[in-house]
Design a protein around this ligand. Structure first.
Ligand code: FE2
Length: 264
């Protein structure tokens, strides 16, 4: 996660709704229009089923209250606006309570193609479709609960499991690779890259290997982990992840596959 943001959170009104300007709604409209065909083509069936269930507005920034109403009826999750950046402890605590923390601002035109930190397009368009599916809803909750039981020094180990699945995971579907991750669903360039580029490594899903794999948040990922079938992810949520972290720590991190700058 980024340590600083150029953006300021937009605070909800007393009724929970956030006022977006005309220009902000137009940015959403244009991001949505560009990315809809891409997720139909490259994202996993599970993502697209959720995307259809949500029926997000195409022409304006969705309200967290409206998305929450749909999610709560399906899986008991809700989306809560938060400041642009929150710590891991708060993040895990919210997931454990089936509450998805959403950065409420939307990127400006100058960051239209790429933004390092999550904005509401990433949070809603990227994340909420999978949260309509009880299996991903449960997995996300279990990550939160596992995080709550860890010491702060171990947070960065557990977050890799979230990063390489919910954010940037791939799966096999329809005879090829498909994107599961929200960071892929909200990125016009990394979505096709993750599925098709010969430059990316694609490794079989393995919890210990994932925990040992460092990443950078500000580049296309050099390595993705591929679920053979989506149900393999849900088995991972039943593991003793604290024990897995100790195993991973005893074996050590893999050497980074990118120029070293930062580890999130
Ligand atoms: Fe995210």
């Amino acid at each position: 996660m980024a340590k600083s943001s150029a953006y300021t959170a937009k605070a909800p009104q007393p009724d929970g709704r956030i006022v977006y300007t005309e220009e902000e709604n137009l940015v959403w409209r244009d991001l949505y229009a560009r990315q809809e065909a891409n997720v139909r083509r490259w994202s996993a069936p599970e993502y697209n089923v959720g995307f259809d269930r949500l029926a997000l507005p195409a022409d304006r920034v969705p309200q967290c209250t409206d998305v929450s109403r749909t999610l709560t009826a399906l899986t008991g999750w809700k989306v809560e606006p938060v400041p642009a950046l929150i710590g891991f402890s708060k993040f895990f605590g919210m997931l454990a309570n089936r509450t998805f923390p959403a950065a409420s601002f939307i990127r400006s035109r100058k960051d239209f193609d790429y933004i390092k930190e999550p904005d509401i397009f990433h949070e809603i368009f990227g994340h909420t479709p999978l949260l309509t599916d009880e299996r991903f809803a449960r997995f996300s909750e279990m990550i939160g609960k596992a995080g709550e039981r860890l010491e702060a020094r171990d947070y960065s180990w557990l977050i890799r499991l979230y990063w390489f699945t919910i954010e940037f995971g791939l799966t096999h579907a329809n005879g090829g690779y498909k994107a599961l991750g929200s960071g892929l669903a909200s990125s016009p360039t990394e979505l096709p890259y993750s599925v098709e580029s010969p430059d990316a490594q694609r490794r079989a899903f393995d919890v210990i290997d994932i925990l040992r794999t460092p990443y950078r948040i500000d580049i296309h990922q050099p390595v993705y982990f591929v679920l053979d079938k989506v149900d393999d992810l849900f088995k991972a949520a039943e593991r003793d992840l604290a024990a897995d972290i100790r195993t991973a720590q005893s074996r050590g991190l893999f050497a980074p596959l990118y120029p070293v700058k930062e580890d999130a």
